[in-house]
Design a protein around this ligand. Structure first.
Ligand SMILES: Cc1cc2nc3c(=O)[nH]c(=O)nc-3n(C[C@H](O)[C@H](O)[C@H](O)COP(=O)(O)OP(=O)(O)OC[C@H]3O[C@@H](n4cnc5c(N)ncnc54)[C@H](O)[C@@H]3O)c2cc1C
Length: 414
């Protein structure tokens, strides 16, 4: 068992690594470049709205067992609220049609056979034709294994896959799409109940993890950016932070849980994903009107998912690179127009914030998926973690937690 595991990066992957190790009695030290843990999954105090907001609304599904397990281990299960059933209200802004996709609570996708529960204008047979995705076809884009057109695709598969893959689904990796579908939609409503963090991402995923680690001999070093790994005889022997080095003892291990573009600058000859997709989130300081459901999917709008929280309306747009050419003001106005078209809100824009995460996730294409490295490295005490490592899943909290769990387990192997 290693004496101390140094973890570089306090995103979800780094925190999950530390929590798993701390639970097994291993001493951990997390070194984080910024002054805050959480990485791409964090809350912050926003001046423009005067609210504490998230960098982006994050959704878990009940099939995300590792993510929910992580929350249970840090005593934070109650910090996320799960819907009792997998019911997803949708609005098509082009036709004004409204419906609720009702995946129910069972373990089989039986909703497909119930006209009242599936999307309007779709037939059971339309969903059957999408089942091609369940057969492995390694390295292929989705549009080569399944038809990416028609109402069942446009009204059900596309919105779900776009949210999960953050990449135009038709061009995305069918391997990643298959993994997501198998663990969620194909497993019935039982695996698709959505979970949100109404008190914020940091209150759910980060602060309880930090408290857990501090109670288990875990140390945090914030504002510490790793510059270089010092290697001797195929082992990492020191961490170089520019303003000082930390020795890595003979029984110590290092988990590098930084984004891919940082990892490839630190580890020689490491191939990583190098193409990314943006996510844009809007937050409007306004109490949601009674006619706004807690979570609504939007078709044919700029907005894709609209969320009503206690003090605000938040909107998520995945694969949002096409909007980056617009100013934040323009984006806020376009999104508010969509909110107005589906809920009783005033015309005047409430106080708002637009968060543009340009490199929110790696592009979930076959080419980028093939660039994901495994967790082991050429150096005996260095392990990689992060949603971009080869987890078999797209870049999600579930993938980040699984990568952290795996990294922790590898450091424990002799
Ligand atoms: C806007 C947005 C919305 C999302 N929505 C969802 C969702 O609904 N559901 C879902 O499951 N997932 C979602 N995701 C994806 C999810 O946030 C990520 O998969 C997850 O947070 C990645 O965690 P990570 O630890 O792998 O990486 P990161 O969060 O990137 O963590 C890496 C950490 O390393 C630190 N670091 C970088 N360089 C150094 C260095 N040199 N030295 C020390 N530290 C360093 C960084 O500061 C950071 O804290 C979303 C992401 C975004 C951006």
């Amino acid at each position: 068992m290693p004496r101390t595991v140094h973890i570089i990066g306090a995103g979800v992957a780094g925190l999950a690594t530390a929590v798993r190790l701390a639970g097994r009695g291993v001493t951990t030290v997390i070194h984080e470049a910024t002054d805050q843990a959480g990485g791409r999954c964090r809350s912050y105090d926003d001046k423009a709205t005067g609210m504490r907001i998230d960098n982006g609304t994050h959704i878990l599904l009940s099939g995300n067992t590792a993510a929910l397990g992580f929350l249970a281990s840090i005593g934070a299960s109650a910090r996320v609220s799960g819907a009792g059933a997998a019911r997803f209200p949708f609005v098509d802004l082009a036709t004004r049609e409204r419906w609720t996709l009702d995946l129910g609570t069972g373990r089989l996708p039986s909703w497909v056979f119930d006209k009242g529960r599936r999307a309007p204008g779709t037939r059971a047979v339309d969903y059957m034709s999408l089942a091609g995705i369940l057969w492995p076809a390694p390295g292929k884009p989705l549009n080569e294994v399944m038809s990416c057109s028609g109402p069942a695709y446009e009204k059900v598969m596309r919105p779900f896959l776009l949210a999960a893959l953050n990449t135009d689904p038709s061009a995305s990796s069918s391997d990643l799409a298959r993994a997501v579908i198998r663990e969620t939609i194909a497993a019935g409503g039982h695996a698709c109940r959505p979970y949100l963090a109404p008190e914020g991402l940091s209150a759910a995923f980060v602060e309880p993890a930090v408290a857990y680690l501090q109670g288990h001999a875990g140390a945090f070093r914030l504002g510490r950016q790793l510059h270089r790994l010092v290697v001797t005889d195929s082992r990492v022997t020191a961490l170089d932070f520019g303003d000082g080095t930390v020795a890595v003892g003979p029984d110590d291990a290092v988990v590098l849980a930084v984004p891919p573009y940082v990892a490839s600058s630190i580890v020689p000859n490491l191939q990583t994903p190098d193409e990314f997709r943006a996510i844009i989130n809007a937050h409007f300081r306004i109490v949601p009107p009674p006619d706004l459901a807690p979570m609504v999917g939007i078709l044919n709008g700029v907005a894709e998912w609209i969320f009503g929280f206690g003090d605000r309306i938040s909107v998520t747009i995945s694969g949002a690179d096409r909007l980056l050419q617009h100013t934040r003001d323009e984006i806020a106005r376009m999104i508010w127009q969509d909110v107005r078209r589906m809920a009783s809100v005033p015309a005047e824009l409430p106080p708002w914030q637009i968060v543009r995460e340009r490199r929110a996730t790696f592009a979930a294409t076959p080419v980028q998926n093939a660039r994901r490295p495994g967790a082991r490295t050429a150096w005996s005490n260095l392990v990689l973690a992060g949603d971009w490592t080869d987890t078999g899943l797209p870049a999600t909290i579930e993938g980040a937690v699984r990568s952290g769990n795996r990294a922790a387990d590898l450091t424990l192997q002799p």
